[in-house]
Design a protein around this ligand. Structure first.
Ligand SMILES: [Zn+2]
Length: 113
């Protein structure tokens, strides 16, 4: 459905396209935020300001990707797609404790599931 015009479940050609999925900001009735693929706290080297204020474990939030969706207007079948993810996930996969890794059958002679 991402590039096609028919629902694979019911055959309908009425497909909603949502380029960036969003949700309400918790506690707000007026604001919305984009749904990112991943957000993870990663440690970073301390800055001079960290030393002044006594921040002994400085960290920052790394945010990766956005989701888009296609939704069948007839049956509700939905496909999610992750966009803008490869650079950020590659960086996170090289850091310990992020839980990000690339599974590829090319190096293992797959396909295996
Ligand atoms: Zn459908």
């Amino acid at each position: 459905m991402k590039h096609g015009s028919q629902c694979p479940k019911c055959g309908s050609d009425r497909i909603w396209a949502i380029d960036k999925l969003a949700r309400p900001v918790p506690g707000s009735l007026r604001d919305a935020e984009v749904i990112h693929v991943m957000a993870v706290r990663v440690e970073r080297p301390p800055t001079a300001l960290d030393r002044i204020v006594g921040n002994e474990s400085p960290a920052e939030l790394r945010i990766v990707g956005v989701f888009e969706a296609r939704i069948c207007a007839e049956c509700g079948y939905t496909e999610w797609y992750a966009n803008e993810v490869n650079d950020g996930l590659l960086e996170l996969s090289q850091m310990e404790g992020t839980g990000v890794r690339l599974l590829s059958t090319a190096s293992r002679g797959g396909p295996f599931r």
